[in-house]
Design a protein around this ligand. Structure first.
Ligand SMILES: [Mg+2]
Length: 344
């Protein structure tokens, strides 16, 4: 799909993962991603829409609302105006489309200023935390193989997808398989309260560094109770849809997972990050399955986070963007003007 509205143009590509990628809710190998450009005064800004069904989006909804939301982008310097006009058109939802448009405005302005986006945003050049590499959900032997191969390629931090009846066995097997690696787990909202309570000792015994979203997104009471019992920090992912969710999560979680595509863009993620710090929350900077363009935008903010989970593009077989420098899980701050990546 391609389209154009005023100075905004877009194109949808099917990104494919090198291996089928499974979490508690689904397994897919193909991900439609829409790449958006905004042209003004001879300069172009670029953004990516990485829709996720959990947040009410599909490739179809992206195509349907892009023409309407693209009208909101009339001046690459006017970020507040863009946000207000997008919100007026679509008060709820469509965060990945809003993200793509916000990304284009930020990169356009960074290119107009001749600086990297992180510098335009006034951020210090802090080193990025090492990113985790995801072990996706599948048969136990396959998960062991993924973990072994990732560690042999130099990854020191693994994020293990859980949410099955075999989670204890998975955690114990991977701890045994890669004894030197830091392990994080992500239940993707799939555990019941009793199941989560039973897992706490398993996670602590395996020296798991953190657990993402053990319970259903709306179960803040359950998370608050679990947090009182847990020695492992609890990180909100599916419970966080919008900047305004952050304050009430502080009573139920130790940290939040910020993803640009679910929060509505880099400026919204930066707002959420500041708000999280003001409420004493830890911060993970995460991603969807997305190209190096989307990952780069997150990387510009990642120096402010405690943990990074930015492996989305590493899992792809056909990443349309290049220019990010990885040494296993260690991503260098993108260099160059704007987002610092180039179309291949
Ligand atoms: Mg997660």
């Amino acid at each position: 799909m391609t389209g154009k509205e005023g100075d905004v143009a877009w194109e949808t590509l099917d990104l494919r993962t090198a291996q089928p990628f499974g979490i508690a809710r689904w397994t897919h190998s193909s991900y439609p991603r829409t790449f958006v450009t905004y042209a003004q005064d001879g300069l172009t800004g670029r953004g990516e829409a990485a829709p996720n069904a959990f947040y009410g989006e599909t490739g179809g909804t992206v195509g349907a609302v892009l023409p309407l939301l693209a009208e909101a982008l009339t001046d690459g310097w006017d970020w507040d105006g863009l946000h207000e006009r997008m919100t007026a058109r679509m008060p709820q939802g469509h965060p990945s489309v809003k993200c793509a448009l916000e990304m284009t405005a930020v990169e356009w302005a960074a290119r107009a200023a001749g600086v990297p986006a992180w510098r335009l945003l006034g951020l210090s050049p802090l080193p990025l935390p090492e990113s985790s590499y995801t072990v996706s959900l599948g048969p136990l032997e396959e998960m062991r193989r993924q973990a072994r191969e990732a560690v042999s390629r130099g990854h020191g931090v693994l994020k293990v997808k859980l949410g099955t009846g075999q989670d204890r066995q998975i955690v114990e097997a991977l701890r045994e398989e890669v004894p030197g690696a830091a392990l994080r787990v992500d239940a993707n909202a799939a555990w019941t309260r009793p199941q989560a309570k039973r897992m706490l000792d398993v996670l602590a015994a395996a020296d798991v560094e953190l657990v993402e979203q053990p319970l259903a997104a709306g179960d803040l009471e359950g998370h608050a109770e679990l947090r009182r019992l847990s020695r492992v920090p609890l990180v909100a992912d599916e419970s966080l849809h919008h900047v305004s969710d952050v304050p009430r999560l502080a009573a139920a979680f130790d940290a939040v997972n910020l993803k640009l595509a679910k929060l509505g863009g880099p400026l919204q993620a930066l707002c959420a990050l500041r708000l999280a710090r003001a409420h004493g929350l830890g911060v993970m900077l995460g991603c969807m399955i997305e190209s190096s363009l989307g990952i780069a935008a997150a990387a510009h903010l990642a120096g402010l986070a405690d943990w990074a989970d930015l492996d989305g593009a590493l899992l792809l077989a056909n990443d349309p963007f290049g220019g990010l420098e990885w040494a296993a899980g260690q991503l260098e701050r993108p260099r160059g003007v704007g987002w610092g990546v180039e179309r291949r």
